[in-house]
Design a protein around this ligand. Structure first.
Ligand SMILES: Nc1ncnc2c1ncn2[C@@H]1O[C@H](COP(=O)(O)OP(=O)(O)OP(=O)(O)O)[C@@H](O)[C@H]1O
Ligand SMILES: [Mg+2]
Length: 239
């Protein structure tokens, strides 16, 4: 479904955020993307959605990620970005949630009905009519996830979906992620979250893929994790 070959992202100033990486994501995969701060996780998501320039090739369902294909590709990819402040652009949570579906032809009534279901599932019905700029960081994250779920994208990219969430909301988000059939890529330092939601894991260090493997193969390997700036998940005996 996603085929990445020789992907290199170099920012102004010569910083190579990604250095010639290859990665394949199959339909239905739930792939964890792990790596220390600055490893290149968000850069990979930005390249995939055409938000940053890159060299090499990325194919999404056979289509090259190039400018002319972006409108079609973006319809199929939901992206929960790392900074939820930049995700929401309508005044109220409900308005953000129904914006996409209504834009694509769903009636307002049906969109609101769907929004109510998702808000209920995420246990955030109380945020429905709140203003985006007047809710807390964690509430924004929950609202951003709710907005992405409205579009039922074929692939969802989650960039640190549980950062700033309290334990209850973190668990709610994990359950919601596990309840979604879409193909998923989840970038996080929260390796317990990755363990609970991903079957496969790709470990990145300084712009290079160190290893791709099954969840247990990577997340139980203390030496591998520690030599790449990470620690064993708590549930695996980490600190
Ligand atoms: N707009 C930018 N301009 C220049 N350098 C950038 C830019 N964005 C990111 N970088 C650099 O690229 C590298 C990779 O950054 P990226 O945001 O992809 O890392 P990350 O793995 O998502 O990190 P984190 O876990 O902190 O979110 C870092 O060295 C970062 O400083
Ligand atoms: Mg990041």
């Amino acid at each position: 479904m996603i085929d990445i070959r020789g992907l290199t992202v170099e920012y102004d100033g010569g910083i190579k955020a990604l250095d010639s990486i290859d990665l394949t994501v199959n339909e239905g995969d739930s792939l964890g993307l792990i790596g220390a701060n600055g490893a290149g996780k968000s850069s990979l998501f930005r390249a995939l959605t055409g938000l940053t320039a890159f060299t090499g090739s990325i194919k999404f369902n056979g289509l090259d990620v190039i400018k002319k294909n972006l409108p079609s590709i973006r319809q199929d990819i939901g992206y929960v970005i790392q900074e939820s402040d930049d995700q929401m652009f309508m005044p109220k949570v409900i308005e953000d949630m129904i914006f996409g579906p209504v834009n694509y032809g769903t009636s307002k009534e049906d969109a609101v009905k769907k929004a109510d279901e998702i808000l209920k599932k995420l246990e955030i019905s109380h945020l429905k009519d709140r203003y985006n700029h007047k809710i807390s960081g964690g509430e924004k994250k929950m609202a951003a996830i709710a907005t992405i779920l409205m579009m039922k994208p074929k692939v969802i990219l989650f960039d640190e979906p549980t950062s700033s969430l309290d334990p209850h909301n973190r668990r709610t988000v994990i359950n919601a992620i596990n309840g979604i059939d879409s193909t998923k890529i989840i970038a996080s330092h929260d390796l317990d979250l990755i363990y609970d939601t991903c079957g496969k894991v790709a470990l990145i260090n300084r712009g290079r893929i160190v290893k791709v493997g099954d969840r247990d193969e990577i997340l139980r390997d203390r030496e591998l994790l520690e030599s790449n700036g990470l620690e064993l998940p708590l549930s695996m005996g980490g600190r």
